[in-house]
Design a protein around this ligand. Structure first.
Ligand code: NDP
Length: 433
């Protein structure tokens, strides 16, 4: 705690993992002897840098850029970049730490890392976003590479930003190194399904949790928070699987639409017009916008938090439980506060933590890296099938591990133990590095 003062989200993420892995550490004294826990909590490398750029008025702006290269026991560092004004070391480290175990759970050869900047893209012109991305990459390029560290998108970083970042990387290095970033457009080495992957994957994961209880999405009312990349494709897949998403949100409030959210209209407003969620209610008869309230007050059978960390509190959990919610799948990273997680578990709600439920995004990034390495391009159907198989495997691994350690149905324990064991064993074999 002393060494990472003020990094509250990082402490929260570490505590959550350490609380689960006691039984594994008891079983493996070599982990303690080799100080695996102390080593795994210390990033291999942390980079903090100045990002100077000029806005449309000719004024100089200064932001702070970050990349935390947390653990490379299983493969090159892999994890997204977040552009949001709340970004600081504690956020980047919590995300990087979670990423280590998530990536391990996919069974693919990728280590854990994360990065970003305290830049706020809201209200910025396209040219400003481009100039910011170019300045950010001018420093970041010396630290990344297809065998070193492979960033992707996250909050505030989508296809447009990845395009500008890749353009600048290519220009500075004079290398067409497609494998250096994932989430690219199809025209320069992107993979089909990467855009949809996190949301689709989360819906597949929840489908598995429901099926383990003898249920399915059929006829279920679903509430999704956020209306960004993860939320949009979660809603699309939930509808395909037979559920009805009745509400979604952004940081200004939520919309409720009993007929089922029109996902194409959300895409138009959010992906194309880059507008606010309130615009939905004005254009969809029967839909209602509710400003500055928690979307979790809308009754549902399944809740899928897909916006940001600590957005679902103990009070929200109590409301959801009282309304009969049976399953929660985290599309976002750490959206549920620790006391809310406990509330769900005590009430017997199936709870899928982000490091398992949202692993489909990074898994499909790893598939993008495979395609780049072999200069190949797979079809949508083939890639989606692989994503679905990976999510079924992630679910099965969490489920079986929880049962093996005497905590059946506890996906938090299952995910933490299975992810930790993979990384810890690799670290032991690699020696004291
Ligand atoms: P986007 O930027 O596309 O969308 C973020 C959404 O969350 C927006 O609707 C945004 O609303 C809302 N939001 C962000 N911050 C806040 C806040 N402080 N309070 C309320 N709402 C907020 O990001 P993504 O969809 O890519 O990411 C969402 C979550 O999923 C994050 O936790 C991310 O780490 C996680 N994730 C993303 C993956 C990916 O592949 N993209 C992979 C795995 C996890 P507004 O526009 O009003 O800010």
């Amino acid at each position: 705690v002393q060494r990472n003062r003020g990094e509250d989200e990082f402490h929260q993420a570490v505590r959550e993992v350490l609380e689960s892995i006691g039984p594994v550490v008891d079983k493996h004294p070599e982990y303690a002897e080799q100080k695996i826990i102390e080593r795994i909590c210390e990033p291999e490398r942390q980079i903090v840098f100045r990002v100077p750029w000029e806005d449309d008025c000719g004024e100089v702006q200064i932001n702070r850029g970050f990349r935390v290269e947390f653990n490379s026991a299983l493969g090159p560092y892999k994890g997204g970049l977040r552009f949001h004004p709340s970004v600081y070391q504690g956020i980047v480290k919590f995300l990087g730490f979670e990423q280590i175990f998530k990536n391990a759970l996919t069974g693919l050869p990728i280590g854990g890392g994360k990065g970003g900047a305290d830049f706020d893209p809201k209200g910025r012109s396209d040219r400003e976003v481009m100039r910011f991305c170019q300045s950010f990459m001018t420093e970041l390029h010396r630290h990344i590479g297809e065998y070193t560290d492979v960033p992707a998108g996250d909050i505030g970083v989508g296809g447009r930003e990845i395009g500008y970042l890749f353009g600048q990387y290519k220009r500075i290095t004079n290398r067409y190194e497609s494998g250096v970033l994932t989430g690219k457009h199809l025209s320069f080495g992107g993979a089909r399904v990467r855009t949809e992957a996190t949301g689709f994957g989360c819906a597949f994961f929840v489908q598995e949790m429901l099926s383990a209880r003898g249920e399915s999405f059929d006829g279920k009312q679903v509430v999704v928070s956020g209306s960004g990349n993860v939320a949009i494709y979660t809603m699309e897949k939930v509808h395909q699987l037979g559920g009805t998403v009745v509400a979604c949100s952004d940081s200004s409030g939520y919309v409720v639409d009993e007929k089922g959210i029109d996902v194409e209209l959300i895409k138009q407003i959010k992906e194309i017009e880059r507008g606010r969620i309130s615009a939905y209610a004005g254009r969809r008869p029967g839909a209602k916008f509710v400003a500055q309230r928690s979307v979790w007050e809308v009754p549902c059978d399944v809740a899928m938090p897909s916006a940001t960390q600590n957005e679902l509190t103990a009070d929200d959990a109590a409301t959801l439980i009282a309304n009969g919610c049976v399953a929660v799948g985290e599309g976002a990273n750490m959206p549920t506060t620790p006391d809310a997680v406990r509330g769900f578990q005590e009430a017997g709600v199936a709870f899928g933590p982000g490091k398992a439920a949202n692993a489909g995004g990074v898994a499909t990034s790893a598939l993008e890296m495979q395609q780049n390495a072999s200069r190949d391009s797979w079809s949508f159907e083939f890639t989606e099938k692989r994503l679905e198989e990976i999510m079924k495997d992630v679910h099965a691994r969490c489920y079986a591990t929880a049962a093996e350690y005497g905590m059946p149905g506890n996906y938090v324990a299952g995910a933490n133990i299975a992810g930790f064991t993979n990384v810890a064993d690799a670290m032991l074999r690699l020696g004291l590095v």
